[in-house]
Structure formats: structure tokens, C-alpha cells
Design a protein around this ligand. Sequence first.
Ligand code: TRP
Length: 357
Amino acid sequence: MNSINTNDSKSGNRPIILSGIQPTGGLHIGNLFGAIKNWVAMQDEYQCYFTIVDLHSITVRQIPAELRKSSLDLAAMLIACGIDTDKSVLFVQSHVPEHAQLAWVLNCYTGMGELSRMTQFKDKSAEHYENVNAGLFTYPVLMASDILLYQADLVPVGEDQKQHLELTRDIAQRFNHNYSDTFKIPEPYIPKTGARIMSLQEPTKKMSKSDGNSKATIFLTDSDEEIKNKIKRAVTDSGELLTEEDYVEFLADEKLPYNFSQKRPGLANLITLYQVSTNIGLEGIVEKISGIGFGDIKSIVAEAMAEHLNPIRTRYNEIRKDENKLKEILSAGAEKAQAVAFKTLRKVYKKVGFYSL
Ligand code: TRP
């Protein structure tokens, strides 16, 4: 049918990963250090599909011109962060119609009861009570379609998406059982590393793009000045500096997020920011910040973060400027994705009994 071969000798039999990200709001450092860095690191070991899920975004009202622009912004930023479109398939969900087509079929294999148990639906319908549309309800079925079309082995998911992945597995198993093996049953992928970045204004809450307080979130498009200002104004606990006891406890924690963050959330977040932007080990960090005040700690962290984000932003501006090139990249991505998605959908249509011409 066509000459695209996503299973070339380079991709070989690598396990398949699929992940999706909504093109609304900008990416922030929580996304970068929590998810995207992991995506970047997986690209050699896995055949990765990354999709910009614009179909999902319209479950909440969007301004069309903004949504249109955000999809390109996000694509450019993902590439700037290190998504390599020679290795991975990067595409916009609405460019591959099979997502919506499979979602319709899977809707007919999903229970109303199952969907009403989704905690994200309950949360979102409370939040957007003025627009509780059917799309919001069937959102997880579209997500299942994203995953199952590519026969993904693994899906990197955060805590908030685990339930949707469970549902995806249930739907896939049900379909396979009703007909015959059609879908690979995907597993959650829990990355080895991945930092949990907290709000700069309320360090017990995760950093979020929809935070009402713009000082709480560092966006990847923020200027050096903005980054530094936000970090300098970060909320820290009023307690005194790290005590000897804190150090011992802190160093005993091997992994981000530190248990330590329960006791000193603001300070722990600053330390996390420093760690992720420099890759210095904990001991090195303690050495750097021991005996200095919060003001100085913030300056060091602010400097390091600005330095880390600067080249990403420069690359982003470069890539975003050349819209034609970007469109070519997305068009090639959609073509590669569709070649795979088409095969799965064709099988599904056949199994459910659609007469094909
Ligand atoms: N629902 C996910 C979120 O809000 C985004 C998403 C859509 C996704 N399709 C996906 C994530 C498929 C992983 C796999 O974050």
C-alpha cells in the first residue's frame, strides 16, 4: 500500500511505547522533568509514538485560534526538549482519523458503569459543571484507542492516568475475548527516574499549568528573568535552615521526591529544582547549600534553572519560527502513525463484521 515501514531494521523488535499530551496551556518544568525527559531517554530502547491529543482537548471548551497555535507550539517544544523525529513518531491526533474511528467502535464495548467510575470524569465534571458533555464521559475510550491502535506494549503514565490505562486493558481484553487476539494488552511504564516538581507558591501541590497564580509555575517559554524572579519569590517554609538532622535524613533518601519534602516542602522543592537542572548528586548539593540562607539558596537554584532552560528555549524559538518545516515534520509523523493505525483499525472493522468494499 505504501513504502513506509515503521518497523525498519533500526526499530527492529523494540517494545512499543505510546504517550499522549494535550496541546493546551504551555509546557512547564513539571512536565519537562516529570515526563518529557523520560520520553527523550526512552527513544533508543523503544519505538515511541508521541501524540498531541487535540481531540481530547475539546472535551473542555477551547478557543479555536489558540488550540490551533498550541498544537504547533507543543510540537516545537517537544522537539526542542529532545524528541527526535528521526527516531520517534511525533504526530497530532486529529491528523490520524483512525483514533476517532476506533473510539467509536470501542465505545460500543465499554460500559456506562465503567466510565462513571473514572475519578477524572468525576473531578472534571465537577470542575466544568456548565459543560458536562458526552465527550468528557467517553474521554477514556478515546485514550484507549490511542494506545491500542499502535499495539503499545507500554504506556508511561502518571498517577492520574492509571485508572484510564486499567480501563484500556479491560476494553482490550474484552474485545480479544469476544473475537480473537486483536490488541496487545498494554502495561503501565513506571520510569526509573522522574521528579515531582511542586508549585512554587504552594509546595505541597503539584506544579500545574492551570494554576491561577502565574508565579507558581515556570513555563519552558519563560525568560531567564521570569525564571529567576519566580524562584526568588518561591514560598519556603519559615523554619530555619537545614539542621544536622535534616541533612542526615535528606541524604538517606535516594530518590526524588524526598520523604524530606513532607517536613520542608518549600526547601525540598528548591533542592529538587537544583538537582534536576544540574544533575549534581545529593552530597554535592548539600555541600553547595550548607550554611547559607534561603535567599542565597534561591539565587543558586534560579541561576541553575535559567541556565538549564535557556538552550531549550533558544531551540524552541528556532524551530517554531520555521512553520513550514514544522508542518512537514508533523505530516511525516502522521503518515507513519497512520500506516500502523490503519492496520489495526482494518482488523477491528473486519472482526466486528463491517462489510468492506
Ligand atoms: N489523558 C492523558 C492526560 O490527560 C493524555 C492522553 C491521551 C494519553 N491519550 C493518551 C496519555 C494515551 C497516554 C496514552 O494526560
